[in-house]
Design a protein around this ligand. Structure first.
Ligand code: ADP
Ligand code: MG
Length: 259
């Protein structure tokens, strides 16, 4: 199953995606996570040790690899390059693995439409397509905030979208926009997850504002999430209550046939 996580900046996309990946790996799933946010920080939400990711160059910044695979030559902008570069070895070669979770840091969101017609975009687009269509594992894509990158090209083969929303009108407005966009893009299934809830009213606020969206579950506001962030570790390793909430979300996905 291929899942993309979207929502306004700061709502908790990375936190949720990281914890879902950890839970799925513990359950024995093969899990590949993709950090498609230029401001990459999925590694710490997954609980990867700093040393493991410090030296990792995002794929978008691997110029020699991009040139090798596409045949593009530096300084020949606008020149000819391969449109179907070899990518099938990249997920295994360039990912890092910890706690059974594979992480691939892209450094950008590949775009089919709108994005630049340049070698790095062509390579990353081909890579994303390969991962979504050919790889048989749980794929979780942690997306950049904002809507510009949500194109048919970047979402076509995603099975389900999870829109994260927190109790607040700004995040709700963004979630409503994403839902409309996802429908226009014909994303198969759109789910919601509420985050940072402090009361039953928060839950009602969110679910009523997004009526028609199925909610997989909610995460409570949790000081240990902030504490984990401060320590640079995963909240998954710090808090049993939030692990329980994540479990509920995955079990719901399983009942829906998405895991
Ligand atoms: N359930 C929660 N309770 C408290 N703080 C949270 C919770 N979920 C996320 N946060 C905090 O909110 C901030 C943004 O979370 P993050 O996952 O980075 O959001 P996004 O990826 O959507 O930008 C982080 O500081 C994170 O620790
Ligand atoms: Mg994030």
């Amino acid at each position: 199953m291929k899942i993309a996580i979207a929502g306004k900046g700061g709502v908790g996309k990375t936190t949720l995606g990281g914890m879902m990946a950890r839970y799925l790996a513990e359950e024995g799933y093969k899990v590949l996570t993709i950090d498609a946010d230029p401001d990459a920080n999925l590694a710490s939400a997954l609980g990867f040790p700093k040393e493991l990711v410090e030296g990792v160059t995002p794929l978008a910044a691997r110029t020699p690899l991009i040139e090798e695979r596409t045949g593009a030559k530096k300084g020949t902008f606008g020149g000819v390059f391969k449109l179907n570069p070899k990518v099938d070895d990249l997920p295994d070669t360039y990912s890092v693995t910890h706690h059974g979770v594979k992480l691939l840091i892209l450094g950008t969101v590949p775009q089919a439409e709108g994005g630049c017609f340049c070698p790095e975009n062509v390579l990353l687009k081909g890579l994303l397509h390969h991962i979504l269509v050919r790889r048989d594992e749980m794929v979780i894509i942690d997306m950049e905030a904002g809507l510009e990158h949500l194109t048919r090209g970047s979402t076509k083969y995603v099975d389900a979208f999870i829109i994260v929303v927190e109790p607040g009108q700004r995040s709700i407005a963004t979630a409503q926009q994403i839902r409309r966009l996802a429908q226009d893009l014909r994303v198969q299934k759109v789910y919601g997850v509420g985050n940072k809830l402090t009361s039953a009213e928060d839950r009602v606020l969110i679910e009523e504002a997004l009526s028609g969206v199925e909610f997989l579950g909610h995460l409570s506001f949790n000081h240990n999430v902030i504490e984990a962030d401060r320590k640079g570790i995963s909240p998954y390793d710090l808090d049993g209550a939030i692990r329980g909430e994540v479990k509920g979300i995955i079990e719901r996905l399983q009942r829906e046939g998405f895991a």
